[in-house]
Write a protein that binds this ligand. Structure first.
Ligand SMILES: Nc1ncnc2c1ncn2[C@@H]1O[C@H](COP(=O)(O)OP(=O)(O)O)[C@@H](O)[C@H]1O
Ligand SMILES: [Mg+2]
Length: 284
């Protein structure tokens, strides 16, 4: 975990707007995604350093994260596994720039999130990060096409271009024949595919998926996991997914085990295979 200090020199810079315009995640796409060598040695796309997050609840302090250090590498598929209440969503909100740590630092694409004002943060979220939620969170009044176009329109993409690109992404996620459907007329699996297409719309550097299969049946959940994996590999997009779903273990590059707001351990999938039997029976 210590190999990735590269890039930290640049980290404090506020150059996100200028740099970011040309340096979107998709530009870094390496055809075929070089799986050889594993995630280590790739450049970093996000980094948490000594992150603490505390909430006040009825006069009590809830220590949701207690000193989390995590490097996230470009193009990897990272699963964050842990019981309910262990801090997965809180960690997501940090890596996704949705909330700021009480203590510690978060870098997204080498930018220190704490240095950004509200406008810069909104810019970063819109262009660099795609979000996928358990409950899909599509806008019900909009068609699949309009839902996918939305982040591009926020990013000032020309509407015709946004439309063409939305159609292409929807085809890619297997919904070419559903582009004018509204969410209510789609199954859960189809809605999650629209959400994935929406998350990919601005060629993000990172896609954050918080329990993306929790509202889906086994078969549909597996299809969604496979789709995320395929997109991550072919587009070289980093996927970070919080989950209880052990199906995710079969396809991720690394697993971060989190408990009580602390990272217990980080494992490469190839090492995980050895212990997979005990995972099925719930570890420890
Ligand atoms: N907005 C909040 N206010 C107070 N406590 C919170 C808030 N969000 C999360 N928590 C608490 O922080 C801990 C971690 O929550 P969370 O990150 O949602 O865990 P997970 O996603 O792993 O289920 C839990 O104890 C939870 O109750
Ligand atoms: Mg959660």
């Amino acid at each position: 975990m210590s190999g990735g200090v590269v890039g930290m020199d640049a980290a404090g810079k506020r150059g996100v707007m200028a740099d970011g315009a040309g340096a979107g995640g998709a530009v870094a796409a390496a055809p075929g995604g070089t799986a050889a060598g594993g995630p280590l040695g790739r450049d970093m796309v996000a980094r948490a350093v000594g992150v603490h997050k505390e909430y006040m609840m009825g006069g009590e302090i809830v220590r949701a994260l207690q000193g989390v250090d995590l490097d996230v590498y470009r193009g990897e598929y990272l699963a964050i596994m842990g019981p309910s209440g262990s801090g997965k969503t809180t960690l997501f909100n940090m890596i996704g720039g949705l909330d700021k740590p009480t203590r510690g630092m978060v870098f997204i694409d080498e930018v220190d999130v704490a240095q950004l004002d509200a406008y810069e943060l909104a810019w970063l979220r819109c262009r660099k990060i795609g979000y996928i939620f358990q409950s899909f969170n599509l806008l019900p009044a909009l068609t699949a096409l309009e839902n996918v176009m939305m982040p591009m329109l926020f990013a000032n993409v020309d509407p015709d271009e946004a439309r063409d690109k939305a159609v292409a992404i929807l085809r890619r996620v297997g919904l070419g024949d559903r582009i004018f459907h509204r969410p209510a007329r789609m199954s859960g699996g189809q809605q999650q595919r629209v959400a994935i297409a929406r998350a990919m719309a601005n060629d993000p550097a990172i896609v954050l998926a918080d329990e993306p299969t929790a509202n889906l049946d086994l078969h549909t959940g597996k299809a969604i996991i496979d789709l995320l994996k395929e997109l991550s590999r072919t587009l070289n997009v980093t996927v970070v997914s919080a989950t209880h779903d052990h199906k995710m273990l079969n396809i991720c590059d690394r697993v971060v085990w989190i408990r009580d707001g602390k990272i217990e351990r980080v494992e490469l999938r190839e090492n995980l295979q050895i212990t997979v039997g005990s995972i099925d029976g719930q570890e420890e």
